[in-house]
Design a binder for this molecule. Structure first.
Ligand code: SF4
Ligand code: SF4
Length: 312
């Protein structure tokens, strides 16, 4: 299938370790196999590993700078205005003392820098992480990585999305399909990626934890008014598949497909060649291969139905 305008598909999951990166990578591979130009954006910035599953490497490293206030004591009148107006209390001010920045709390809003009457705050910066861009086996990759000890993952995701906007600014048709891989959870950087998407695929597993986290992420997806369908990974786990799928259906949760436990999937993980890659020597009659095929067919059908709905 060749789409006219790039479709953005976000693969997410309320819980870590459900296999969303496995799904994101294999969907990207299947779109590429069909002749589409594919971009995969790895927004799981605390644990970016799409490139490992594709057997690629991190290339074209770019720093992500983040504002930090620098107090120029020779100019500071010790008035305390900056600290009084700093919402996250990232400036400690004691009467007749210079304010002390507590960088771990600083949101980078720059308010202190803008309102200081003495211009005693300089705009300094620190590196909070990196972005990388590369191409592996015909798939373009944009990857974000948060520096260990830093907490501002949303700023890395914002940079990734800004880089993406920049890439397509002069060439909106550069990619047919864009796959976004989020971090686990339902926090602000996940929200930013979901918000960018046309379709959202939460990946879950048939456990109580899986179900609770799935419901949480679906609440966020619905708040953002996005169309979504679920992949149930490791669906054959302890024989809970049918019961789990029945429960999801009772809650009117749409299911894109399910992937049973399969040694071929584990093997593909270990060797860093995606299951659906033409070079993977995967058994085409294997459970994992057939499950991904079915999911891809359902996804194409979903995309076509949505496209028709948008046209009419
Ligand atoms: S607002 Fe400016 S002058 Fe006042 S305490 Fe802060 S840095 Fe110093
Ligand atoms: S940049 Fe914003 S959050 Fe950081 S110290 Fe200044 S006012 Fe506070």
């Amino acid at each position: 299938m060749n789409t006219k305008k790039s479709k953005i598909i976000c693969v997410t999951g309320g819980k870590g370790g459900t296999g969303k990166t496995l799904c994101a990578v294999n969907l990207a591979v299947m779109f590429k196999n069909e002749g589409n130009k594919v971009l995969l954006i790895d927004g799981d910035v605390e644990n970016p590993n799409t490139y490992l599953l594709l057997n690629g490497s991190l290339e074209k490293k770019k720093d992500v700078p983040f504002f930090k206030p620098k107090i120029i004591e020779s100019k500071c009148s010790k008035c305390g205005l900056c600290a009084q107006n700093c919402a996250p209390h990232a400036l400690l001010h004691i009467t007749d003392s210079f304010p002390i920045p507590i960088l771990a709390l600083c949101s980078g809003c720059q308010l202190c820098y803008k309102i200081c009457p003495e211009e005693a705050i300089e705009a300094d910066s620190k590196v909070i992480g990196w972005t990388y861009s590369t191409k592996v086996n015909g798939i373009s990759l944009l990857i974000g990585e948060l520096k260990p000890t830093e907490a501002r993952s949303a700023a890395i995701v914002e940079t990734l999305l800004g880089d993406f906007d920049e890439i397509i600014k002069d060439d909106p048709d550069r990619f047919d399909v864009v796959i976004l891989d989020t971090s686990p959870g339902a926090h602000c950087d996940v929200e930013a990626l979901i918000n960018k998407a046309d379709l959202v695929i939460p990946v879950t597993e048939p456990t109580r934890f899986g179900k609770l986290d799935l419901i949480r992420i679906i609440e966020l997806i619905e708040l953002l008014n996005k169309d979504h369908r679920v992949i149930v990974n490791r669906s054959s786990l302890l024989g809970f598949r049918d019961e789990f799928i029945k429960e999801l259906k009772e809650k009117n949760i749409m299911i894109l497909g399910d992937i049973p436990l399969d040694d071929d999937i584990v093997h593909s993980y270990c060797i860093g060649v995606p299951l659906m890659d033409g070079n993977s020597k995967t058994d085409k009659n294997g459970k994992g291969y057939k499950a991904f095929k079915r999911i891809f067919e359902n996804l194409i059908e979903w995309m076509e139905t949505k496209e028709q709905g948008e046209r009419s």
